[in-house]
Design a protein around this ligand. Structure first.
Ligand SMILES: O=C(O)C(=O)C[C@]1(C(=O)O)C=C[C@@H](O)C=C1
Length: 255
């Protein structure tokens, strides 16, 4: 299972612990991306910076990186979903025996297009400064780290949904059979937990993102990423998209 999770235990508590640990990764990834300005040439559809490749430079870098990672077995892991799944090379390394806790229908759920669109068009402009420093390859590597961390967190909804189903099949089976997405959304929602998640990620952005001085204890008011943007990221996108994955997973759970 994911970062910080042992693999043998599969409970709502252990899954939530992993989601909490993944918050750290996401906040640090955003702080790393914020070191670079927007570098918008990287995302320009019509610049064709790479001879023989048509499309933005970020697509080229992500596709090539995913191809190498696919050969090294990244996408054999049920927690990982590629952004460019078409024509990915197969894994060349011996298969690791990942615990197969998900229903087989879960494998086909990949909402990375929505994550990509949200990250590039809505989130990035909220936390990076305008400008161009020419560091396109490093910026794209940093984007990919953010995208992969967000994708892992959001698709973790598959595991959350599986454990919720196993804990209360009698509640979930009727709306699954009726293909009632609204009822499933109601059942899986826990507003108290969502509130806590949003508060905690904002706090993490405050704690991790302040300038630390060796000489005194003054608390800085400058943060590497605006904590309210991190809270908004979870409120508007991460939690709703995780819930979308949960519903998509549950709808297929009895197929
Ligand atoms: O922890 C859960 O129960 C989840 O389903 C995850 C999550 C989230 O994305 O953080 C999503 C839906 C719930 O309303 C609460 C939290």
């Amino acid at each position: 299972m994911a970062e910080g999770s042992s693999g043998s235990e599969f409970t709502l508590d252990s899954i939530r612990k992993s989601l909490i640990r993944q918050e750290d990764t996401i906040v640090f990834c955003l702080m790393e991306r914020a070191r670079f300005p927007m570098n918008s040439a990287l995302y320009n559809q019509s610049l064709d910076l790479v001879p023989g490749f048509s499309g933005p430079l970020v697509d080229f870098i992500v596709q090539e990186t995913e191809a190498v990672q696919a050969k090294a077995g990244r996408y054999v892991n049920p927690e990982e979903n590629p952004f460019f799944p078409d024509n990915l090379p197969p894994s060349l390394v011996p298969n690791y025996n990942y615990s197969q806790v998900l229903h087989s229908g879960g494998a086909s759920i990949n909402i990375n297009k929505a994550i990509w669109d949200m990250y590039l068009n809505q989130l990035l402009p909220l936390f990076v400064v305008a400008g161009d420093d020419g560091n396109y390859a490093s910026t794209a590597a940093s984007d990919l780290s953010c995208l992969q961390a967000l994708s892992r967190r959001i698709h973790y909804g598959k595991f959350v949904a599986e454990i919720k189903f196993r804990d209360a099949p009698q509640d979930y089976e009727p709306p699954i059979r009726a293909k009632d997405a609204d009822e499933l959304m109601k059942l899986l929602t826990d507003e108290r937990v969502e509130k806590m998640v949003k508060k905690r990620v904002e706090k993490k952005a405050i704690v991790f993102g302040q300038d630390v001085s060796g000489s005194n204890n003054a608390v800085s008011k400058h943060y590497k990423v605006d904590p309210s943007v991190v809270a908004r990221l979870y409120d508007e996108w991460v939690i709703p998209l995780t819930k979308r994955v949960e519903v998509e997973y549950l709808i297929r759970r009895l197929d």
